[in-house]
Design a protein around this ligand. Structure first.
Ligand code: GLU
Length: 376
């Protein structure tokens, strides 16, 4: 993890949309939520770390406000989401508490995850919550973002969370059995696609290219696009029927007839390192001592401030920096946990002094191992 040890547990991002969470658009489907929670509890007992992505705030908000017909004005939907989010999270917290677990509310926008600094913060917080055995419940922050309200697009948000966490699996629960060769509501010979390669563009044709929401808001198109995005972090996507009994447990057992599996040969770790190596433009340079060089190249550890001699450039937390030896040889590139101003104050100092020097501590490491690529 970013602040602390790397965990070898599997991480799953499990998303359910409004069609499953709500009772025909009127308030929450408490039975569905209870069954969903029970399965997540069992997955956790089996050592799978779960992050839920849940809609349902607007529907619950409308019920709480006594509004019968869904408004068309965005600000009214956003207000309903703000009211309903309370009910949604209350429900999850109550259900999980019955199993001795706590939940955490995480409201995100797509932009949050595009911003390097917020990306690192979100990743650190989620990793910490998982280590504390808390179940994070993610939804779009509807007060300031409207992607889901307008496009039904929590699928993309779920994929971004999969990237953020290098998740092993992204499970998109829906009211369909999976992706069909054509629209099953119109053509009787439409066949369920049971498996495919995540990122295979021909799947988009079947999902109704250019027609997002063909099978309902946030339909198959956004799900296939989400799988394309998720595979960037080595995450496999499974599109499955949320109301099938024990669907998550059957997926955990790798059973057949559990929807559409879009898999990849890449592991999340390999994918993350490739992404780091290929997409980062270094904003600064850290000159490290021979001890730090050894620890990075031979022991697979993180870079600590004490091993850094010099800091060059102007960078923010979450930006990429190059690590070189004193003779200028490039050793690694990684996402730094402290800005250049902060880094200059803490280099050469032990981790235990960071809080005293800065007045706070973001992470014990200057660059965590997970966010570091070593040049061989
Ligand atoms: N994120 C919103 C929710 O959780 C949007 C869903 C909608 O527009 O109905 O309710």
């Amino acid at each position: 993890m970013l602040n602390g040890k790397t965990s070898s547990l599997e991480t799953w991002i499990i998303k359910a949309g409004s069609s499953l969470i709500t009772n025909h658009g009127k308030g929450l489907d408490l039975d569905f939520i209870a069954r969903w929670v029970e399965q997540v509890v069992i997955l956790k007992q089996r050592g799978i770390q779960c992050i839920l992505v849940s809609s349902g705030a607007v529907a619950e908000g409308l019920v709480r406000l006594g509004i019968e017909t869904r408004p068309t004005a965005l600000h009214e939907l956003q207000a309903a989401a703000a009211v309903g989010q309370m009910g949604l999270i209350q429900r999850y917290e109550n259900q999980f508490q019955q199993h001795g677990l706590h939940t955490a509310q995480i409201l995100l926008t797509h932009d949050d995850l595009a911003n390097r600094q917020r990306y690192l913060n979100a990743r650190s917080t989620l990793k910490t919550l998982l280590a504390q055995n808390v179940v994070p419940i993610v939804n779009e922050n509807d007060t300031i973002a409207i992607d889901e309200i307008r496009f039904g697009d929590n699928d993309t948000l779920a994929a971004l969370v999969a990237n953020l966490m290098d998740a092993n699996r992204l499970i998109l629960l829906t009211d369909q059995n999976g992706l069909y060769t054509s629209d099953p509501t119109k053509s009787p010979d439409a066949k369920l696609i049971e498996s495919g390669k995540a990122g295979d563009t021909s799947l988009l044709e079947m999902a109704g290219k250019g027609a997002p929401g063909k099978f309902g808001r946030g339909g198959m198109y956004t799900k296939i696009k989400a799988a394309e995005r998720a595979v960037l972090s080595g995450t496999a996507t499974i599109i499955a029927a949320g109301k099938e009994p024990d669907i998550l447990l059957r997926i955990a057992n790798n059973e057949k007839n559990t929807g559409t599996w879009l898999t990849t040969d890449k592991s999340p770790i390999t994918a993350r390192k490739q992404w780091l190596a290929g997409h980062l433009q270094a904003k600064g340079k850290l000159v490290i001592d021979s001890g730090a060089e050894k620890v990075l190249t031979h022991q697979g550890k993180s870079l600590l401030a004490i091993g850094v001699r010099q800091c060059e450039g102007d960078f923010k937390r979450g930006e990429a920096v190059i690590c070189t030896t004193e003779s200028g040889q490039k050793v690694a590139v990684g996402l730094v946990n402290y800005s250049s101003d902060e880094t200059r104050q803490i280099i050469g100092k032990p981790t235990t002094e960071i809080a005293k020097i800065l007045g706070y501590i973001d992470e014990p490491e200057l660059i965590h191992r997970d966010n570091l690529v070593i040049f061989s």
